[in-house]
Design a protein around this ligand. Structure first.
Ligand SMILES: N[C@@H](CCC(=O)N[C@@H](CSC=O)C(=O)NCC(=O)O)C(=O)O
Length: 293
């Protein structure tokens, strides 16, 4: 796979590189952003860890690149940040652009099995089996074996799901307002039903509140922040972080879900960027990084 560089933008001393490539998994062009911290340019012999950031419904790789403010912390600790897209786009599937919470911008990080979607909507395999290995080949100074994962909302669910399904693959996980029990909320039911069909045993293979019960990997704490003024949390019950905590109580991760309910914060990037610092410090610890002096 060849990445073509669409833009290189200097930011906080490092560079945001906007890449595009043809994907075998989604059979579409895919965009991905990559932030290379100062150390990438200043220390040519270094090999830098990676943080994978998964975005939420409606997002492209640009939302978090512009509003998540990871760059100062990527520079402080010396890690790169990968921002994938949230779905295939332009797959010529009837109805793919009809709603904000299904189809384009809403791939839900699953490999669809329903026929209409199954050729293109393969975000699980795309990210894990195509994007990350190909970035590792193209950027040999990034250490994709020393990698952590985070994300927001649908991407927070994605981060938890990838981490719990692949014990040891990621050094740590955190999430901002994650959809923690998608089988039991409207967003998850729409996407799981649409992409995976009616058989709920298939949904359980992606649902963090089910996966946690069987998880048998390292017992690294999982950091979660959710805002109490987030309407998707308190009004619509889309997030259900308490269900994940409850499900973990009989698991190897008992007492390890570090859930912070933050008074007055909403679902937006104003909330995310207020706590980026805490999530960066969490991942730096498990990636073996110390702050730059
Ligand atoms: N348009 C929708 C809400 C869409 C929304 O809030 N998207 C969030 C993620 S929600 C869960 O995955 C987001 O990150 N938006 C992009 C941004 O830059 O804020 C509606 O009106 O309800």
């Amino acid at each position: 796979m060849t990445f073509t560089t669409q833009a290189e933008i200097k930011s906080f001393g490092g560079k945001l590189v906007k890449l595009q490539h043809d994907s075998k998994e989604t059979k579409t062009k895919m965009d991905v952003n990559l932030y290379l911290p100062e150390q990438y340019y200043e220390q040519p012999d270094s090999k830098l860890p990676v943080l994978l950031y998964l975005s939420g419904l409606t997002c492209t790789p640009n939302n978090c690149s512009e509003k998540g403010f990871w760059q100062p912390y990527a520079n402080k600790y010396g890690f790169a940040v990968v921002y994938p897209d949230t779905s295939p786009r332009g797959a010529s599937i009837e109805g793919e652009d009809e709603s904000y919470d299904f189809g384009s911008g809403a791939g839900f990080y699953v490999d669809a099995t329903e026929e209409k979607w199954s050729k293109n909507y393969r975000m699980y395999s795309y990210i894990l089996k195509e994007l990350l290995p190909n970035l590792a080949s193209s950027y040999s100074r990034l250490d994709f074996n020393n990698m952590s994962i985070t994300g927001h909302s649908m991407g927070g669910y994605g981060a938890l799901m990838f981490y719990l399904r692949n014990p040891g693959r990621f050094k740590s996980v955190s999430a901002f307002s994650p959809i923690s029990n998608p089988s039991n909320c409207a967003w998850g039911q729409k996407c799981f039903g649409g992409y995976l069909g009616a058989d709920k045993s298939k949904w359980a293979e992606y649902d963090p509140s089910e996966l946690v019960k069987k998880y048998d990997g390292p017992d690294t704490p999982i950091l979660i922040h959710t805002g109490t003024a987030d309407p998707f949390y308190f009004r619509d019950h889309q997030l259900l972080p308490e269900n994940l905590v409850k499900a973990s109580e009989d698991s190897k991760l008992k007492g390890k879900i570090d859930l912070h309910l933050e008074e007055g914060y909403d679902h937006s990037y104003y909330f995310i960027s207020s706590f980026t610092k805490d999530h960066a410090a969490h991942h730096a610890k498990y990636l073996g990084l110390s702050p730059k002096l």
